[in-house]
Design a protein around this ligand. Structure first.
Ligand code: ATP
Ligand code: MG
Length: 389
């Protein structure tokens, strides 16, 4: 009797010591959620993680390779280990359509097994060669590796699909991503989530200057991200009143910078309420006026928690390549303006001093106007929850 399973190899978790069961548990939970819609299950068996009970292997592999914490996936056949002839026949069957060079790697977790690893390699290798004249052995640089593991049962696998790597989502706390419709912010969210961070996201919606299609675009981006990052709670903050007030009351060349400061203030408050320990933006040095070192210092001044900018040293082309890899690029390129031209200054300040930014913001501070507008924006925030499929 043979059965097919997917062997899930984990990434950095193997470096963990006493915490390893905690990381394994969360990886297992995330895998179960990722393959649930395919009616498959993830189990911990004999110290390895397997996905079982699937019908659509390709779809299952696709879902697993997106789960943070997974290094690779191997379609595996499991067979009773006592009859070694059966193991050899299965090995020949797995390798029947393969040509070129190969070697067998045997691992014997069951040390009482009647053959040792070199003997398993030699016998299985010889049987495969006898049955497939297209194959030659190369132990140094083989094109194909047939793995034979003797554990509770024998496991055989020859194909490996690389996965996304990183650490299981949920092992590193929560952070709040400022998610715009552009190319950059989804990539930056992905990069931080990859290290085990659970994402929340905030989008500032200036209706009717930015229309419903922009909000739909943000929703699509959040959905794409959930395939990797797990559940995401999105906060859609009504931002029109604040943008109009900035436009009417503040010096034109400072309006973008002041807008950015207020996005950060609101994100900081939402983060506080939702137990997010850091903010994430898609900024990269010098990309636009509000991303010079001086401007970044002016935006950081208003927040009380760390701001992560994982794209800070990347070129636009590098960011685009990554956006393509994670499948957000096409959606990000949908041609809806994120910010109406009404609010874009002709000559934004590029090297602002903090004192100047604070002074330019003063008109908003009269009669607690800014505090009240921020409170209204937060009170009017729409919450949308996204879960993996
Ligand atoms: P992106 O390509 O991510 O849209 P951008 O090139 O448009 O970024 P900016 O407009 O300066 O750059 O925005 C810098 C960062 O601020 C974005 O990466 C994002 O994290 C955040 N941000 C900008 N606009 C919004 C918005 N409307 N809602 C939420 N976050 C925003
Ligand atoms: Mg950008």
């Amino acid at each position: 009797m043979t059965s097919k399973l997917l062997l899930v190899k984990y990434a950095e978790i193997h470096l963990k010591g006493q915490n390893r069961p905690y990381f394994q548990r969360l990886l297992l939970r995330n895998l179960r959620l990722a393959v649930k819609h395919l009616n498959a299950n993830a189990i911990l068996y004999d110290s390895r993680i397997f996905v079982t009970n699937y019908e659509d292997e390709t779809a299952c592999i696709d879902a697993i390779t997106k789960v943070f914490g997974v290094h690779s996936v191997c379609p595996t056949v499991q067979i009773e280990k006592s009859n070694f002839d059966h193991i050899c026949e299965l090995a020949a069957d797995i390798m029947k359509d393969v040509s070129g060079t190969f070697k067998v790697i045997a691992r014997r977790a069951d040390k009482r097994y009647f053959l040792d690893s070199p003997q398993i390699c030699a016998k299985v290798g010889a049987h495969v060669l006898r049955n497939n004249p297209e194959l030659r052995v190369d132990v140094h640089n083989p094109e194909h590796v047939l793995n034979v593991e003797i554990r509770d049962q024998a496991l055989l696998y020859a194909k490996t699909y690389p996965a996304v790597g990183g650490l299981p989502t949920g092992t590193a706390g929560r952070a709040m991503l400022l998610l715009s419709g552009g190319i950059d912010s989804p990539v930056s969210g992905f990069r931080i989530a990859k290290r085990g961070v659970q994402l929340s996201a905030v989008y500032y919606h200036s209706f009717p200057y930015t229309g419903e299609p922009v909000k739909e675009k943000i929703i699509s981006l959040a959905k794409i991200l959930t395939a990797y990052c797990g559940a995401i709670r999105l906060f859609v903050v009504p931002f029109t009143e604040i943008q109009q007030a900035i436009h009417e009351k503040c010096p034109e060349d400072f309006t973008t910078l002041i807008m950015r400061r207020n996005m950060m203030r609101i994100a900081d408050q939402l983060a506080e309420k939702n137990k997010a320990l850091a903010l994430i933006t898609g900024e990269s040095i010098g990309q636009v006026a509000s991303q010079t070192l001086e401007a970044l210092a002016c935006t950081d001044e208003v927040v009380s928690r760390p701001v992560f900018r994982p794209l800070i040293g990347m070129d636009k082309l590098e960011i685009i390549n990554e956006a393509k890899q994670i499948n957000t690029y096409e959606t990000s390129c949908l041609p809806y303006e994120d910010c109406c031209t009404v609010f874009t200054p002709r000559h934004p300040v590029t090297h602002p001093k903090l004192k100047q930014a604070q002074f330019a913001e003063q008109p908003l501070r009269e009669d607690d106007l800014l505090e009240q507008m921020i409170a209204r924006a937060i009170a009017g925030t729409e919450v949308i929850d996204f879960k993996p499929q």
